[in-house]
Design a protein around this ligand. Structure first.
Ligand SMILES: [Zn+2]
Length: 113
C-alpha cells in the first residue's frame, strides 16, 4: 500500500471518529464548532516561525471551539481548557481511539496518529 493510500485511509477513519465525537458532544450539550483542520507547513511556519510536523497537514487532526448554553439560554464560549466539559470531550475522544491534545496543553485538539 502506498503511503498516500495509507494516509487517505487514516484520514477517512479520522473523519468518521471525529464525527462520532461531535455527535456525542452535541447530544451532551457540548456544542462544538470546527476550527483548524487542514494546515500546511507554510502555515505552520507562519504560526510557529519554523516547520513543525503536524497531523493537521495530513487531514488527521481537528481543533474545536466549545460553546455551552447557560441557564439563561445564552451561548457561552468555553475558553478555559480546565472546564469539566473539555475534560469529558477529551475522555470521549480517547475512548473512540483518538488522541487528545491535552497531553501537550492543547485540549481543543484531537488527532488520529
Ligand atoms: Zn490542532
Amino acid at each position: 500500500m502506498s503511503e498516500y493510500l495509507w494516509n487517505t485511509k487514516k484520514a477517512i477513519l479520522f473523519s468518521y471518529l471525529a464525527s462520532r465525537l461531535e455527535i456525542w458532544a452535541y447530544e451532551k450539550g457540548y456544542l462544538l464548532t470546527r476550527g483548524w483542520a487542514k494546515r500546511t507547513q507554510t502555515i505552520q511556519k507562519e504560526i510557529y516561525g519554523e516547520m513543525r510536523p503536524t497531523l493537521h497537514e495530513w487531514c488527521r487532526a481537528q481543533d474545536y471551539t466549545l460553546f455551552i448554553i447557560n441557564s439563561e439560554g445564552r451561548y457561552v464560549w468555553i475558553k478555559d481548557g480546565n472546564h469539566p466539559a473539555w475534560k469529558k470531550i477529551a475522555d470521549k475522544a480517547e475512548e473512540l481511539g483518538l488522541k487528545s491534545g491535552r497531553k501537550w496543553d492543547d485540549i481543543n485538539h484531537v488527532e488520529l496518529g
